[in-house]
Write a protein that binds this ligand. Structure first.
Ligand SMILES: [Zn+2]
Length: 149
């Protein structure tokens, strides 16, 4: 008989992200459902994932800014195999282009019940899960109404 315990056994736990000096502010902000990303103090370019240095100017001065968490689906795929521990298939992975910057892409799970009907170009909002027992809040995307101008 299927039970939560069996699912935990079959699918395991989601991998715990290891925060580095470069990524710690991201995971700390995530606990408050805040999407915070580094913007190069020199180039004004926002990066995801957070790099140790700006790939353009090699500077290491970043301003961490809070983003709207809004974006559009830039690419998507539905996965039918258990490829992510702790995530039961089938699930849909999406690439989200965030509204703040063209080409700023974040790849994450799409959680909507109607995720199978989602398509490229649809507006989404990025949300973070409640922190799990290990204190990790994971990003995920949800289909939403039109992006506000
Ligand atoms: Zn730079």
């Amino acid at each position: 008989m299927a039970s939560d315990a069996n699912h935990a056994h079959n699918f395991g736990h989601r991998p715990r992200p290891v925060a580095t000096d470069s990524t710690r502010p991201f995971w700390t902000a995530a606990l408050a459902n805040d999407l915070s990303l580094p913007r190069c103090a020199k180039c004004d370019v926002i990066y995801y994932p957070p790099p140790p240095r700006c790939p353009r100017c090699l500077g290491d001065r970043f301003d961490w800014i809070s983003l709207s968490r809004r974006g559009r689906i830039a690419g998507m795929t539905t996965v039918h195999l258990a490829t992510i521990p702790g995530v039961e298939p089938p699930f849909t992975m999406v690439e989200i282009e965030l509204v703040e910057q063209k080409g700023l892409i974040l790849t994450t799970l799409l959680t909507s019940e109607k995720s199978a009907q989602a398509s490229v170009g649809d507006p989404v909002i990025l949300e973070f899960t409640e922190p799990d027992p290990r204190g990790v809040a994971y990003p995920q995307a949800r289909a939403t109404a039109e992006v506000q101008p």
